[in-house]
Design a protein around this ligand. Sequence first.
Ligand code: SF4
Length: 615
Amino acid sequence: MLSGLAETIPGFEERTGQNQMATAVEKALREEEHLAVEAPCGVGKTFAYLLPAIRHAIENDTRVIVCTANIALQEQIISKDLPALAKAVQKPFRYELIKGIGNYLCLDRAQDLRHEEGRVTFDRHEKAQWKKISRWAEETRSGDVSDLPFEPAQGVWGRVKGIAEFCTGIECHHFDDCFAMEARRRLRDARIIVTNYHLFFAHLRLKAAAKKDVILPSYSAVICDEAHELADITREFFGLRLGTSSIYPLLRGANHYQLGQLSDRLKTASRAFFDEVDAFARSDSYKNRLRTPGYADGEALAEAVSEYRGLLSNLRKGCGGDREVDKIRKHDNVAEAYEETLSEFLRMPDENMVYWIQRNGGLSSRLIDPSEILKSSLFDQCTVIMTSATLAPFDLLQRETGATPVEMTTESPFHFPEQAQLIIPHMRNRPGAPGYLEEINEGIHYILKSLRGRTMCLFTSYRNLDACAQAAESTGIRILRQGDKPRTKLLEEFRTDPSSALFATASFWQGVDIPGEALSCLVIDKLPFLPPNDPLLDALQEKDPRAFLNFSLPKAVLALRQGFGRLIRSKTDRGVVVIFDHRLLSARYGRDFLRALPPCLVHRNLEELENFISA
Ligand code: SF4
């Protein structure tokens, strides 16, 4: 199916797995059946789904949506893969990338900020950034934050970015010039639309409420890349959050309309409510999550918000201009969203939702079982292709999505027995036991000294990360630690400096692509089970006595496979994975992990590391 690509794409090599996947995607689109493909690193899965998707969209005069979880992959598809394929496809077609509304400058909010400039409490740095954004707003054609020549502070961008609750769309007097709306208008002519899961779910939610397409135009198929994240992203998207800063937009609205007393009441009531939430979180009554309402008294806060909405309503009745009516509606929309979220947390009405108090004192909720919502809003509506490097054995995917797709696993183009080895060192201590961290530190010390850097250490907690990174300073190797710099900068430095070592946690277990000798050894502290106090796990265990086998274990196996997958990124890569957790060999479930990892020799002695790397 992809054989013609070599003629137009320099360096294109035919790959069996890629061809098989492309054929399966083409068939699934033609026969309107859901498909799940596990395509390991090196298969070239983006071409394998993009080419059939383009042909399907052109031939059937339709659109295909491509959803991914990370912006780097979206940009690769838009700036590399689709332009390359456009040359190979005979007929011209359009493709577009659409981002969430928060990525675009909101002209209305920027105008408000200009009017309120004298009253805004920006520090010097923020003030300078706001001046630059204000000038940029006059000349930018996209209004996209990624086109700004600097990374704006959240305190500044947060004041001018688009906000779904605030946006009145076609009612807004900036509608014709609005950057976010213009980006949506461009989608009408596109055959392939690349986006992220959050925007896609925002579309599904609005479509369900409005019974028509709202953000995205109509489409006949959706391709979910990085589909191992689909269920968790759904859980998070349909959850809610409410914290101490959630009241700020309401305070700004109250101040805008010079409702000084009400602004004070809102502030005081919010503070009192979250003080009570905090006190409850510290009490013996709280364990892992909120189970029943009544943990804090939100009446005063609810009353203050209701009064604020009443005053906005009075103002609307008394004002004549369309612009002012629209502005009041925007502030009311924000207050309404706050009111609904507060009410949800006070009543906790949804049995399919887990509610908890975050470490910072904010309230959070998440869907427990996302399958029903995914089935009704996605799988019952169109053809869905799911793909990822880690989907098999598909049971978990089926349970979490409620779908029964055709399943397919493509072979890895890498020769793992020759390219990789796994070391599970002899350990005296189990993870978490006293002395366990010291043993890991000794091991990491040995590895860093032996390889003089070239190591990425992935941890399951910040506690382990901090302890080990600090101990590793004494090796003299340059230690790059997550949190010290932005992620892209850390990865760039690690990639270009082979004498460094990178220490990171959860977000680096996936989406990190470092081919070559800079990453010769991957250290994993322990099996990546969710912590026992995780609210979702706690709720699942209450509903399902087999939650360990049905959820915890397969999730941890997928996470370990994702982590392991960072090591070998090309046919010429060689490296060693070291896992400091002998439960892989001693626990009954250890076999599930080992069976799921790529086939490679397993050793128990760290000394094997040098033998393999220097061979
Ligand atoms: S349409 Fe929405 S995002 Fe655009 S300027 Fe108006 S409020 Fe802002």
